[in-house]
Design a binder for this molecule. Structure first.
Ligand code: CA
Length: 254
């Protein structure tokens, strides 16, 4: 089992009233989550907190029973931890939809999620929307997730550059969200863990303010996860901090 040291931080944007992001660090189950809610009034907060709580609960229930609830047949070949995390996110999606059905005023709320679950020598990563997961290994920063956004589709198709996408007026349009309509597609992947790895989970409040190179610069510092979290959030706010910024930094030691 790898040893993980993690820290998280969430700051409301400089121009906003409510922090619509939520995050959770569960060291016992080695589960790390960042969610970025959307919707009018305080509904973004409700969506992201509902989703984070539901994912944690699902994983806690599994730890008690030892058997993850069944998933659709096409997922049968996924590893146990992949199924567990995917199942947790699908159940959180259902929970958000249920809240909306019970209270019509919540209509339109939704949330992204980026999730990281340690499973022995590897970790399972999963995401929906534009919250991201990066890995710093041997000084190189690599994005492990692909944004589910309209602008990212344009970048992939060659119509926009990364820099144009970061400042595009439609940069906030996500193509997938928990609480959204239709079947939810969750991207899941398994990554090997190596001592010395440093991972970042973050909401787009960070990545619309800072380029990857600027994030890498702070991630490379020989400082604790807590200090790096502080630096990342401070840097986003210095740039204008138009949006809530949430980060979790976790270090892997052998
Ligand atoms: Ca956001």
């Amino acid at each position: 089992m790898m040893r993980i040291t993690a820290s998280g931080r969430s700051d409301v944007g400089l121009t906003r009233q409510h922090n619509e992001d939520s995050y959770e660090i569960d060291p016992e189950r080695q589960l790390y989550l960042v969610a970025d809610g959307m919707g009018g009034h305080t509904h973004g907060e409700v969506a992201s907190r509902t989703a984070v709580d539901a994912i944690c609960q699902y994983v806690v229930d599994y730890a008690k029973d030892g058997t993850p609830p069944p998933l659709p047949e096409q997922d049968a070949e996924l590893s146990k931890h992949l199924r567990l995390l995917k199942g947790a996110i699908l159940s959180a999606h259902e929970r958000v939809l249920r809240e909306i059905r019970q209270d019509g005023s919540l209509h339109g709320m939704g949330t992204t999620v980026a999730a990281f679950l340690v499973a022995g020598e590897s970790a399972v990563v999963a995401h929906v929307g534009d919250s991201r997961i990066y890995r710093l290994r041997s000084g190189d920063l690599r994005l492990l997730t692909e944004d589910h956004t309209w602008v990212n589709e344009q970048v992939t198709a060659g119509f926009l550059s990364e820099d144009q996408a970061r400042v595009h007026p439609l940069k906030n349009v996500v193509t997938r969200a928990l609480g959204g309509e239709g079947d939810l597609e969750v991207d899941v992947d398994e990554v090997d863990l190596q001592p010395g790895d440093r991972y970042l989970l973050c909401s787009d409040g960070l990545t619309t303010m800072l380029r990857d190179a600027e994030i890498a610069d702070r991630m490379r510092r020989r400082e604790s996860p807590e200090q790096v979290c502080g630096r990342l959030v401070a840097a986003a706010q210095e740039r204008g901090g138009y949006d809530d910024t949430t980060v979790i930094v976790l270090d892997v030691t052998g």
